[in-house]
Design a protein around this ligand. Sequence first.
Ligand code: CO8
Length: 260
Amino acid sequence: MEFQNLDWQVENRVGTITIQRPKVLNALNLGTLLELETLLEEVVRDDEVRVVVVTGAGEKAFVAGADITELAALSPLEASEYARWGQRILSRLEGLGKPSIAAINGFALGGGLELAMACTFRIAADHAKMGLPEITLGLIPGFGGTQRLPRLIGPGRALEIILTGEMVSAERAAEIGLVHRVVPAAELRAAVARWAGKLCRFSSATLGLAESAVRQGSEMPFEEALAFEAAQFGVAVSTEDSTEGMAAFVEKRKAEFRGR
Ligand code: CO8
């Protein structure tokens, strides 16, 4: 697939999406979002891809937000529709059924942090800075930030980040649970590859079931969520991979999962 604003590479069953507009710190414009939307539909169908990594081109930025020059030209109705569309794309990433890792290689701001938060995991370079600075532009987050951030770090801390518009360091982001790991910038690529490699060893079918049990279950009343977990557990047991996983344990050998 050929894109103007994205690069897409698959290696060792790991697909990497690189947002590629380094001159504007990889800001997400309409064209980039359209390409991302198209790519995700391909990725979801591509059985070769087990894990998706999202990162930004260059060393300075992951993604510095939605493209402000485009936002400035929107009417209120257009802005609202744009926000809904962007939200749908990020929800598609979140609900891909395959784990995703944001490799945060620099600034992750506004729509950039919202993109990272839609990923299953976030690994940040030590120089990365994160925030939702929309308030400093007279705006509020519009690609899911007001909802995903409090779900990740709690409403108190989310309100601080959203209402002050201040950036947090990678170290602070790890302390508050916004990122899973912080690594020296030079080691980011290797750390993400190791994390992705670990995930590739498991059944892609059961990874998807576990993620949806957590994500969908956390939006349900507790008893309903437990019933959902039990139903997902039943589906897991119906897979060939669960037969293989348990047989491998009994036979004291390494399981060969096939994603079925
Ligand atoms: N949009 C457009 N251009 C950008 C953006 C952006 N988000 N971020 C940086 N750029 C451009 C700069 O304008 C600059 O361009 P030029 O070289 O032509 O002047 C170039 O990238 C390099 O940036 P800087 O010179 O500013 O680099 P600095 O190192 O001085 O500063 C910062 C880096 C701190 C990251 C700074 O660039 C910055 O503050 N950027 C904006 C961050 C921001 O506010 N992001 C939030 C945007 S709003 C948003 O994401 C809303 C999402 C929901 C939308 C809902 C739909 C309606």
